[in-house]
Design a protein around this ligand. Structure first.
Ligand SMILES: N[C@@H](CCC(=O)N[C@@H](CS)C(=O)NCC(=O)O)C(=O)O
Length: 345
């Protein structure tokens, strides 16, 4: 895409952020490649945490555009939609979809893997690489892109074919973990999410759908935008139906436990200091984000009989990138969880 056109689109997307003190903020100014990366993200979003941890680990500078990804109803009853639903932000994201050649999301699945579920046109994170004039969507692809284009040999994605294959397998495992389903859904007998979060989730789908329906009406002349909002409506309608479905919610925990058992086996078989490599790899950062989120949700019990996983998490929590961009970002942007607060305090 033509760079000046891209810069115009980025400028418009920035304006969807209500409080401009959260837009265009230079993060890690002393880092490498200053002026190259523009990131639209949210502090609480686990997909954004993967990207910020990658940028931090690779010591890269970036322009931060922090979005509020939950709508809010004001005291007057008027709904302020999530900033990531703004037309100009969605238009930017659709540019990223074009280069990815991937379908839009069609239904709710409880996972956010683009490969399995399709692209959510209204989600974060979105990366703009001003040097290659690319819009990159999907956290997995964004992190691989950042790692590949940065100079230096300390790559998070290893060159060794066997290590590479193992890293890819782990990235896919984290991508298949139903994090959104666990965050938004109501487990019938063991819901350990902080009370304010449960409260927010009890009306979140209604608010999302109300905002999206208005946006369709406001943008009815823009065919691509309407198609994007329609895809998001289909997904969120599915989520609304299933959030109290007991079997679905239990199945999400079973799937997560199965994925964690795979991690446990791989950790015990690993010949390396880290999961797949002698140095930290992208697999470690992704597992750091995943395990911190599960711990926050009170789901540490899913690996209670897997000491290798607990030991691995302790190592991950020592990484400054995980501490700053995952643990601290979670604690400062989400309601307090008794399960995460103790360790990180
Ligand atoms: N596979 C995508 C998933 C993106 C995604 O689901 N993002 C979530 C936050 S982690 C989001 O924007 N949620 C807000 C919403 O859907 O309204 C990625 O990894 O980037």
């Amino acid at each position: 895409m033509d760079r000046s056109k891209l810069e115009t689109m980025v400028g418009l997307a920035r304006e969807t952020i209500a409080d401009q003190s959260r837009a265009g903020v230079l993060r890690n100014p002393e880092g490498v490649q200053r002026g190259r990366f523009v990131l639209f993200h949210a502090a609480m979003s686990f997909c954004s945490q993967k990207v910020r941890a990658t940028l931090a680990h690779r010591a890269a500078s970036f322009e931060s555009n922090e979005m509020l990804i939950l709508g809010k109803r004001g005291p007057d009853g008027v709904l302020v939609p999530a900033e990531n639903y703004g037309a100009d932000y969605v238009r930017l994201r659709l540019q990223g979809r074009e280069s990815l050649k991937i379908r839009l999301v069609e239904a709710y699945s409880g996972i956010s893997s683009v490969s399995d579920a399709g692209l959510d046109p209204c989600a974060v994170p979105t990366l703009v690489d001003l040097e290659t004039s690319e819009v990159v969507v999907d956290s997995l692809r964004i992190c691989v892109h950042i790692d590949a284009v940065l100079p230096g040999t300390e790559r998070l994605v290893p060159a060794d074919p066997e290590q590479l294959q193992n890293v890819r397998r782990q990235l896919a495992a984290v991508d298949r973990t139903p994090h959104p389903g666990l965050l938004y859904g109501f487990h019938p007998e063991d819901d350990r999410r902080p009370q304010p979060l449960r409260q927010a989730m009890s009306s979140v789908y209604e608010e999302k759908l109300e905002a999206l329906t208005s946006l369709v009406a406001e943008n009815s002349e823009d065919y691509d935008l309407v198609a994007a909002y329609a895809a998001k409506i289909a997904k969120e309608t599915g989520g609304k139906v299933i959030r109290h479905d007991q079997e679905f919610q239990r199945a999400l925990r079973d799937t997560t436990r199965e994925i964690l058992s795979g991690l446990d086996v791989d950790l015990r078989a690993s010949q390396h200091t880290w999961l797949c490599t002698p140095y930290v790899s992208l697999a470690d950062l992704f597992w750091g984000v995943s395990l911190v989120r599960l711990k926050y949700l009170g789901l540490e019990n899913l690996w209670a009989d897997m000491p290798a996983v607990e030991g691995y998490l302790a190592m991950l929590l020592e990484l400054p990138s995980i501490r700053d961009e995952v643990v601290n970002a979670t604690m400062s942007s989400m309601p307090r969880s008794e399960y995460l607060a103790d360790r990180a305090a």
